[in-house]
Design a protein around this ligand. Structure first.
Ligand SMILES: Nc1nc2c(ncn2[C@@H]2O[C@H](COP(=O)(O)OP(=O)(O)OP(=O)(O)O)[C@@H](O)[C@H]2O)c(=O)[nH]1
Ligand SMILES: [Mg+2]
Length: 132
């Protein structure tokens, strides 16, 4: 099984790339594709398309395009759900200590990582980021 996983601009700015990747690798998953990149406005709007009617959509697009991200394809058993567990709850205030967001973030809109929330999202997002 495969998922799309990404270290957001706040994680890169805070030099948490090694820390986050270590957690994924130590858990036992395999990173089979990885690249550091800037996300264009159009890619951001497509990636977060499900949120386009939310009041925070513009802030979300602005934030995710504000600096480089590290995009990954991660493989392993039940990887979509297990990566979401490693990430912790969307709001770091609710994220359990031991999770990436629980240990490394404090704010909802700067929560360090993204991971696909279903197999369907994983396929869509992997195609968006690793199509060439
Ligand atoms: N400002 C603001 N940001 C929000 C709110 N809800 C979600 N977000 C941000 O929007 C992102 C996407 O929301 P969701 O897809 O629902 O959450 P998620 O799947 O845990 O997070 P992602 O992995 O980033 O997709 C979250 O990671 C938050 O940073 C909100 O109510 N206000
Ligand atoms: Mg999401």
């Amino acid at each position: 099984m495969k998922t799309f996983f990404m270290i957001k601009p706040d994680g890169v700015r805070r030099n948490l790339v090694g820390e986050v990747i270590s957690r994924v690798e130590e858990k036992g998953f395999e990173i089979t594709k990885i690249k550091m990149m800037m996300i264009s406005k159009s890619l951001a709007e497509e990636h977060y398309g499900e949120h386009k009617d939310k009041p925070f959509f513009n802030d979300l697009v602005e934030f995710i395009t504000s600096g480089p991200v590290v995009a990954m394809q991660v493989e392993g058993e039940n990887v979509v759900a297990q990566i979401r567990n490693l990430m912790g709850a969307t709001n770091p205030s609710d994220a359990t200590p031991g999770s990436i967001r629980g240990d490394l973030a404090t704010e909802l809109d700067q929560n360090v990582v993204h991971g696909s929330d279903s197999d369907t999202s994983a396929e869509r997002e992997l195609n968006l980021f690793f199509s060439e």
